[in-house]
Write a protein that binds this ligand. Structure first.
Ligand code: ZN
Length: 254
């Protein structure tokens, strides 16, 4: 069996039974990233959300056959007032995490850009990867802005996530990891196969698969299905192992 790591889930929205089922489907590890579904009215809301991910989730899910690894970060859609207090908490708490995330840009406002810069500086100081969201709308233009910020901070140990045909050429030659989200409304198995043929085969060490499982209606099995789909399409076993687990294992040191 190929060992599988999901590099981007929002475990707080999913049941223990979901992870138990995924464990039976071959998932060994998942990175649980932060996202709060309303704009927090106070920094404490987000700090408690981070505490939930770090202090409660790995323990809650430890009986599920899947090891869940925490990541904390301020998503561009949930920037609270007095964001500085959240940065102060993150500086202390991030050492217990495998990544800073999910961070990124949604509309690329000045406030979002400043929050992203600060979090990339923190990732760089702590030598932790950052998991960077690219939005559904204006994906290409906003990915270009994210790349400008990476150049400005001079930090590239990141996953640029939810990449699809709109923006993949922008990141294909950049020294970053590329997250491919196999999920309804994002990449389906056929889209993935096309990306694998065009981009992944030539540099399989930079791609990671994930599901973004969370509060939205999702296919729980989209990752194992994608892996099996690539297998029956005769994609090289070594390539499948890299993108479905080994790359995430080396990047997140898990
Ligand atoms: Zn996400």
């Amino acid at each position: 069996m190929v060992f599988m790591i999901d590099s981007h889930v929002h475990s707080v929205f999913r049941s223990l039974e979901d992870f138990e089922t995924l464990g039976f489907a071959g998932l060994t590890d998942a990175v649980s990233v932060a996202f709060y579904p309303v704009v927090p009215s106070s920094p404490a809301t987000l700090i408690d959300h981070f505490r939930h991910i770090i202090e409660a989730e790995p323990l809650r899910l430890s009986g599920s056959f899947v090891r869940v690894h925490p990541a904390i970060g301020i998503h561009p859609r949930c920037i609270p007032p007095d964001v500085q207090s959240v940065f102060e908490y993150m500086k202390k708490a991030v050492e217990g995490c495998v990544a800073v995330g999910e961070v990124g840009l949604e509309l690329a406002t000045n406030a979002e850009l400043e929050v992203l810069r600060n979090q990339l500086k923190l990732s760089k100081e702590e030598d932790l990867p950052a998991i960077i969201h690219t939005p559904r709308k204006e994906k290409r233009a906003i990915t270009a802005k994210i790349i400008d910020v990476l150049r400005e901070i001079d930090y590239f140990n990141v996953v640029i996530d939810h990449v699809n045909f709109e923006n993949i050429d922008l990141v294909a030659d950049l020294d970053v990891y590329v997250g491919l989200t196999v999920q309804c409304g994002k990449l389906n198995p056929e889209n993935l196969l096309e990306i694998v043929g065009k981009y992944v085969m030539s540099s399989p060490e930079k791609f990671l698969l994930n599901t973004d499982l969370g509060r939205d209606s999702s296919d729980l099995f989209s990752l194992p299905k994608a892996v099996q789909f690539l297998r029956v399409k005769n994609i090289d076993r070594r390539v499948i192992e890299l993108i479905s687990g080994r790359n995430a294992s080396s990047l997140f040191r898990i």
